[in-house]
Design a protein around this ligand. Sequence first.
Ligand SMILES: [Zn+2]
Length: 273
Amino acid sequence: MGESRAADVRPIGVVRCEVRERSAMPRGGVEATIDVFPEYAEALDGIEVNTHLIVVAWLHQAERRTQRVTPQRMGGDERGVFATRSPDRPNPVGIAVARLLSRDILRLRVRPVDFVDGTPVIDLKPYSSAWDSVFSARTAHDLPGALYDPAREFPRLMQEAESFHGERCRGVAMAVRLHYHVRALWGVSAKEPALSLVVGRDGCLADSLQALFGARLGDGRLLVGDGETFRVRHGGRELAFRPRPTEGMTEEDVLSRDIDELFAIREGDIEGP
Ligand SMILES: [Zn+2]
């Protein structure tokens, strides 16, 4: 009885992918294969009915003595590693929520994971949107303050909006640009409770903005308008975004174009309901 100061962890498989170095891993992760060791074949029984898995890995290239890190994004403030997702930590356990693309006996095809080739896998669990998803949760990424670097933040925001919306499309990219613009102009966090959102007709953009703003009908931060225009409101002021035609643009185009090519924008006092 009593507490244990030791843990005995044994890999159940290994990640196979094209990325061999941590520094070469794209921010959104990559498609990978998990080769499960034959002695765990029985433990895989029934796994293929799940669309998404939580892949738990042992980040063997990590630095285990690290207790404080300075994430480049979070305003340059040093933080304890338990307040970050840094791979460098006393027990370098990494988790990735990934779509299970296919299963071929002991081989699972998943996407995306950000584990390099050869990373030991220590566990697999089904992802459950009931237990594992907290819509509108806030992290240090959502603090107001220094303007973020698009190259670092756009991939994360694209992923957040896509996870909610269900596909990666132009509307997702439009939402990421609108989100960045609000932050640049007003310096407030999109998930700030005092900020509200009126969505217009474009369903892809409406879904994606709801995700990025963490706004819900139930908390009064989300209103449904009946026109084309999307409105962001804070402290009696309003930013109105009327989407311009973007047919023919790719998501990458949307992320790199001038904001005025994507929206007609007006700032003023709140008008209308
Ligand atoms: Zn869409």
